[in-house]
Design a protein around this ligand. Sequence first.
Ligand code: KG4
Ligand code: ZN
Length: 341
Amino acid sequence: MTTKNIYILGIESSCDDTSASVICNNKILSNITANQEVHAKYGGVVPELASRAHQQNIVPVVQQALEVAKINKNDLDAIAFTRGPGLMGSLLVGTSFAKSLALGLDIPLIDVNHMQAHILAHFIEDGSKIPPFPFICLTISGGHTQLIKISNYFEMEILGETIDDAVGEAFDKSAKILGLPYPGGPLIDKYAQNGNPKAFKFTQPKVGDLEFSFSGLKTQILYFIQKQIKENPNFITENLNDICASIQYTIIEILMTKLKNAVKQTGIKHIAIAGGVSANSEIRKRLQLAEKNWKWTTYIPDFKYTTDNAGMIAIAGYLKYLQNDFSDISISATARLKVTE
Ligand code: KG4
Ligand code: ZN
């Protein structure tokens, strides 16, 4: 018996990356992303500019994804798109495009929850190990910080989450205090490589065992920097590496403590990370160490599947396709959507 290959086009436009990917079953054939440089000078994503840039990018990005995958749009079996959560104006561009294309090609449309997709990226077949059910995923991005128990592809339970800022925001806002451009997370990671993580000490928040809080840390860093600058106006430039290493160390310590609590409470030792912050070199290192020291099995996504990308939308679409879970053409984008919805 020959089984038919399923080709799905995934489209991601929830924030400031316009991305398209073609997947054949669970293997990625192409994953093209146009980043929007336009936001850097504003210190954050400007929603109106984001949706305008998506409109400009979406056709060339989809075209390139098809070209790289070497397939014709008529060979597609379904179109998967990010329905939410995200910026409404941005989501609308991807949603309308996906709907029109599915309608024009007369193929099924599949709506994808962006937060589920970050996690489901672990099921892309790219040579790395694939987590067995149940596993725990720490989703760490610019908008979310959640500990999730995954019992099946679409069976997820939130064990704990942030009560205020997301961890990506903690990185980006700290970077802003240091005068670094947006998004500052990768820059903190870069400068931290040459710094002493114990140079400056910040206290950890006191919240529930599986809860996170980052807004207090941000204020602590702000007051600390203001005080130091009063004494030495060149404090930041003279100590940038040490400051970044200390901030990063504090944030990663918080994440590792919460993961340990989750393992203790659930007895599950299969631990995955997902979302933009999982590109951070320190969390990757610490999870590798946890395999040796604590006998966890850890699942660390390839860099290209950590930040927002359409490959994760395509794999989520494929997993839904297998369950015949299709969307009606009247479906609309939604800015708010829980990982469990
Ligand atoms: O998942 P993502 O691309 O978008 C959201 O859905 O939010 O995550 C973006 C976040 C940003 O806050 C960015 O600063 C952070 O991921 N980030 C990092 C690193 N790379 C990206 N944070 C720390 N270290 C990194 N290497
Ligand atoms: Zn994301």
